[in-house]
Ligand binder design. Structure first.
Ligand code: ATP
Length: 264
C-alpha cells in the first residue's frame, strides 16, 4: 500500500481554553484529493497550519511526505506546495518575477523555471498581468498568483486553504482543472472550502470537521457531472444534518459557536 503523503494523526490543539482540534485524524494518499469542510471556527485552518509547520500542535502526529513539517529536508520541502493564510507573494515584484522566484525556490533550474513561470501564468489566466506588480493585482488575481506559486513545481503534496474564496466562476473552473490534473499526476491534495458543491466536484473524499473533530464524510460526486445531490438530498442538507447530529450527540448544541442553523 502506498504511504500517505499528508498525515494528521490524533492531533489536538487548544488556544488557551478554546479547543481547535480534538484528536483529529486524516490521511491523504498520493493522487487523492481530500476536502475539509466545516463551519467557521471548526478547526480547518488550524489543521492546515499544522501541516505547513506554522503551528506546532499540542498533541498528535503530523507528517508531510514522511517528515515532521517544521523540519522538512530541503529536497522534501521542494516537493511540497501550500497556500494557507497569506500566499508567499512579494508585493513589489511583478507577477512573472514572483513566479520565477517561486520556481527557483522550489529547486527548478533556470530554464525550467522560466518555462514553468510562463506555462503557469497562462494556465491561471495571469498572462495579461505578467508585468504588473503583485500589489496592484485584484484580490482574485492575487489569489490566482498565490496558487500559481504553490503549484508551478508540480508538488507531490499540496495544501490549499479556501483557494477559490476570491475567484470568479472562470477562476473556480481553472483551479478545479489544475487540482484534478495535479492529482492525476500523483499529487496528494488537501483543500479546505466552504463551497460544498465545488468540493463535491473535485474531491474524492469530503471530511466534515466540527468543533475540532471528524464527524463524518459527505459523499462527493468527484466526476464533475454532479451538482452534489444524492437521492434528492443536497450536499448542504447532508452537511447540516451531520453537524446537528454531532452537536446533539455531544450535547453542545447550545454552546456559543456551535449553533448549526442551516436550511430546513
Ligand atoms: N491564533 C489564534 N488565537 C486564538 N484562537 C484561535 C487562533 N486561531 C484559531 N483560533 C480559534 O481556534 C478555533 C478554530 O479556528 P480555525 O481558524 O482553525 O477555524 P476554521 O475552520 O478555519 O474557520 P473559518 O472557516 O472561519 O476559517 C476557533 O475557535 C478560533 O477562534
Amino acid at each position: 500500500m502506498t504511504a500517505p503523503a499528508l498525515v494528521l494523526d490524533g492531533v489536538t490543539h487548544a488556544f488557551g481554553d478554546r479547543v481547535a482540534l480534538d484528536g483529529f485524524t486524516l490521511t491523504v494518499a498520493p493522487g487523492q484529493v481530500t476536502a475539509l469542510v466545516g463551519l467557521n471556527g471548526a478547526g480547518k485552518t488550524t489543521a492546515l497550519r499544522a501541516l505547513t509547520g506554522r503551528l506546532r500542535p499540542g498533541g498528535g502526529t503530523v507528517r508531510v511526505l514522511g517528515h515532521e513539517p517544521s523540519r522538512l529536508p530541503p529536497a522534501v520541502a521542494a516537493r511540497f506546495g501550500h497556500v494557507v493564510g497569506a500566499p508567499l507573494v512579494q508585493p513589489e515584484l511583478t507577477v512573472v518575477e514572483n513566479l520565477w522566484c517561486a520556481a527557483l525556490l522550489h529547486g527548478l533550474r533556470r530554464r525550467r523555471a522560466a518555462e514553468a513561470a510562463h506555462d503557469t501564468a497562462e494556465r491561471l489566466g495571469l498572462a495579461p498581468w505578467c508585468d504588473a506588480r503583485a500589489r496592484a493585482l485584484s484580490a482574485g488575481n492575487h489569489q490566482r498568483l498565490g496558487i500559481a506559486c504553490a503549484t508551478l513545481h508540480r508538488p507531490a503534496a499540496l495544501v490549499l486553504d479556501e483557494p477559490t474564496s476570491a475567484l470568479d466562476p472562470q477562476g473556480v473552473v481553472v483551479v478545479r482543472g489544475l487540482v484534478r490534473d495535479l492529482a492525476a499526476e500523483g499529487t496528494a491534495v488537501l483543500v479546505s472550502s466552504h463551497h460544498l458543491d465545488e468540493v463535491a466536484r473535485v474531491a474524492g473524499e469530503v471530511v466534515v470537521l466540527h468543533a475540532g473533530r471528524d464527524v463524518g464524510r459527505l459523499e462527493p460526486g468527484g466526476d464533475g457531472t454532479t451538482d452534489g445531490t444524492t437521492g434528492g438530498t443536497s450536499i448542504e442538507q447532508r452537511f447540516f444534518a451531520m453537524v446537528l447530529e454531532a452537536d446533539t450527540s455531544s450535547g453542545t448544541g447550545d454552546r456559543p459557536g456551535t449553533r448549526t442553523g442551516g436550511p430546513a
